[in-house]
Design a protein. Structure first.
Length: 293
């Protein structure tokens, strides 16, 4: 009887486990408009619709759990779990209500291998503007409207990579696709030519040059992460309605110990975190020197 019970538990665990794998080293910094994946050297523009996952509200992006319903949608749309990995999934915050699943095709050093395994674009239409182009089609499933976009990320012949954006909109909230199309075309524009992976943010809204200064930091030796990527974040010391106001963030390379940015003069709180946003080290900084000092 005990052996049967153990087998039953193992069956439940394996049946609940997603066949789709997540691409590692993905994150979004609250206050920024981009999801970043270090493993694939890409950013995905999500606007102000998403933050990190909130267990209480069940909103925001996550990079480690795919519901059974989401798995069914991905499979129905034709994605092979051996050929694609998931970048993120989650439910939007704010006034617009939709869910988003993003995937990317696996890449290979073997020429044409990953290209041949791309999801077929048969039945897709082309959305083309001066900013760029992507492929899309719409469908309905279980009282949900699905806007399915495939955005060319890298188009090197024989090694093409596409970012898939699957927007899932409850029919009762559906009005038009303008907002969704704006998000998709923003990514198409970003990837269009000579895409450079620069995961960072700097907010500079200073009156003039004399009110700007250098934001410098050096991580103490005992907190330097020699083998892992980390995030350096800078927040205004003056909180907005009790919330942290993100001013800068940078992806810190393994072993990197210092950096410098240009920001408005003032007081800042800085945090060094891992990609899961666990704080490793924090400090306060006053920016008061002129740029030419």
């Amino acid at each position: 009887m005990k052996a049967i019970y153990i087998l039953f538990v193992l069956f439940l665990l394996t049946s609940c486990r997603s066949a789709y794998q997540f691409t590692p080293k993905g994150f979004i910094v609250d206050g920024d408009e981009y999801f970043v994946n270090v493993e694939r050297n890409l950013s995905v523009y999500v606007g102000d619709n998403f933050s990190n996952y909130d267990e209480r509200t069940k909103t925001g992006l996550q990079t480690d759990y795919l519901s059974h319903d989401d798995q069914k949608i991905i499979k129905k749309l034709g994605y092979d779990a051996t050929k694609y990995t998931v970048l993120f999934n989650g439910k939007s915050i704010g006034d617009t209500t939709f869910r988003l699943i993003s995937l990317i095709n696996n890449k290979s050093d073997e020429r044409f291998k990953n290209t041949k395994e791309l999801l077929s674009r048969d039945g897709f239409e082309i959305k083309k503007t001066a900013e760029g182009k992507y492929y899309y089609r719409t469908t309905t499933l279980n009282k949900q409207v699905i806007y399915h976009a495939m955005v060319p990320f890298k188009q090197q012949l024989g090694r093409e990579e596409y970012v898939s954006l699957i927007y899932i909109i409850p029919e009762k909230y559906f009005k038009n696709f303008d907002h969704i199309e704006d998000l998709a075309i923003s990514n198409a524009s970003m990837y269009r030519q000579h895409y450079i992976f620069t995961p960072s943010r700097t907010e500079i809204l200073c009156p003039d040059d004399s009110s700007r200064g250098h934001f410098d930091y050096r991580i103490p030796d005992q907190y330097i992460q020699k083998e892992n990527y980390t995030l350096m974040k800078g927040f205004s010391a003056d909180r907005d309605e009790g919330k942290k106001q993100l001013i800068i963030y940078r992806l810190v390379q393994p072993g990197q110990s210092y950096g410098s940015f240009v920001v408005c003069k003032g007081n800042y709180q800085i945090e060094l975190t891992d990609l899961r946003h666990n704080v490793i080290w924090k400090d306060t900084i006053t920016v008061d020197k002129d740029l030419d000092n």
